[in-house]
Design a binder for this molecule. Structure first.
Ligand SMILES: [Zn+2]
Length: 107
């Protein structure tokens, strides 16, 4: 197999700073370049009316999914992790919730 050399090419320093969260590798013994990184994708989900733990009012809560995706040449290949956040529409209190709680809210 081809081993990946961690030396980053100096002439691509501009491209490295331009692509946020991206890493450029040169495959040892070849002229191939490999550009990979992580990208966070936010996706709004259907919220729900609930009692806020911070302000105590019964108001609508926004639900949001944050997915960390592994990218190869800026193209998302697969999802590495998912997390969910719920935000109170009255006071803006943000809480992280588990996937189980998210599924319970969707019912
Ligand atoms: Zn609140």
């Amino acid at each position: 197999m081809v081993s990946i050399k961690s030396s980053i090419l100096d002439q691509f320093g501009d491209a490295l700073s331009a692509g946020a969260g991206q890493v450029l590798f040169r495959l040892e013994g070849t002229n191939m370049l490999l550009l990979f990184g992580l990208k966070t994708v936010l996706r709004p989900l259907r919220g729900r009316t609930a009692t806020c733990q911070s302000c105590g009012l019964v108001v609508h809560h926004h639900l949001e999914e944050r997915a960390s995706k592994f990218t190869l040449f800026f193209i998302p290949v697969f999802t590495m992790s998912r997390s969910y956040r719920i935000t109170c529409s009255n006071c803006g209190q943000v809480s992280a919730i588990s996937a189980r709680k998210k599924n319970a809210l969707a019912r």
